[in-house]
Design a protein around this ligand. Sequence first.
Ligand SMILES: [Mg+2]
Ligand SMILES: [Zn+2]
Length: 186
Amino acid sequence: MPATNHDKIVVLDRDGVINQDSPDYIKSADEWLPIPRSIEAIAQLHQAGFLVAVATNQSGLARDYFDAFTLAQIHQKLAMTVEAAGGLVSGIFYCPHGPDDGCTCRKPGVGLLQQIEAELRVSLPGHCFIGDSLRDLQCARDYAMQPVLVLSGNGIKTREQLAENRLGDTPVFADLLDAVQQHILA
Ligand SMILES: [Mg+2]
Ligand SMILES: [Zn+2]
């Protein structure tokens, strides 16, 4: 089937964008805590007619820090938190591999974006990908998406690396709600 070319779609990174990140990984639903205003941001996207897809590296699976069932519980908590606020996440796509596994889905690889296109029947080039890490922005650029940086999570460190990585023109916002209101919906 051809892509529907849905004209409103946004891809979001998860850790450091939607929820608080941790150097010790997010290993349970209890450890998954939304960043203030991020859930409201997703609700506003949904109410404005945007499809919202999440693309997240979860190497904690390969490292055996948590299992696929626990990750499903974490993602159920994410989805239900968003739905309780009047939003909708159309899909959470994750890379379960480690950095040395040679997969194509671990960002900055674009495999997750290809999965989103296949499952949601959309075309992503030209649309925004909001992340907090350099690999999110590189992934977006390599797929002809528009990288957008938020300063939550790793964002402050990432901002210092933009110029040297040919990402100096990336729009930067304090958090997801600012990015949504001042860039996506503006
Ligand atoms: Mg992140
Ligand atoms: Zn992978």
